[in-house]
Design a protein around this ligand. Sequence first.
Ligand code: OXD
Length: 311
Amino acid sequence: MKIVVHIDDAAQWQTALANAMPQATVLTSDAPESERQNADYLAVWKAPAYLLQEQTQLKGIINLGAGVDYLLKTSGLPSGVPIVKLRDAGMGELMADYVLYGVLHFYRSMDRYAFQQQSATWEPHAVPEKAQWPVGVLGLGAIGSFVATHLSQAGFPVVGWSRSPKKINGVRCLHGNQGLDELLSQVQSVVTILPDTAATEGLLNAERLAKLPKGASVINPGRGSLIDEQALLDALGDAQTPGHVRGALLDVFCEEPLPANHPLWQHPNVIVTPHMAAPTPLHEAIDQVISYIKAFEAGETLATVTPSEGY
Ligand code: OXD
């Protein structure tokens, strides 16, 4: 069996996979083309098109991340080859920490203290009851559910939203357009963890941002396409005229890396992080990759990605 790996630090993944599956030939995409061809499985994150185009007998593609948007947009993706993606695989906890940090940042007024420090202003702000700080989580897949549960366990009332109805202990789950409007009108912080699909593009547009209570914050560790960036900038206002939205913690952008001249870099109420909220943790992910390959080899039915739906 031949497995070709493409990801940053592919050598580490190659070693871990080869150790766990000594019967397999595990190569990285740096191997010569003649050796890379005829792979049974690709285990990839942001694979170059040629790697997909040159394969003729793939049994499966394993996406080494939670979002499959990049893979599905890669030209030459062979049709009909089953695709599986990592589900949580340790990313839920990383994402939950990132989001909790963002919620606490605004809940405990850290944004205000950072401004005050510039003028040596000693002015404590009241800490509201957590019950007065509902958080909305848009997207209740494996990672979104983990994040929603984590926030609820940290004491925040959590409202979750997904396309189809869901049930999660401790989380009030809403769905559909009406559910989205209801959620937005109630939350102090909104977190976007949806996949990048035609249906989610620009979901948080000017109209929906305006539904948030004044002073709410936005946390996006999901995909840049979920938010209309210009609408967010307009809603944030500027240092002189604060807008409807108080601030944002953003990890993902329509264009990555975020161009150096993009106004989000300069905005005083925005924290920009470089798509680092939940890097794929090697050990948990390797266990999942191995279990996928074993299941493919055993002819088991796997929960595969539906390319037409985008996740
Ligand atoms: C992912 C990501 O989809 O890190 O896993 O963006």
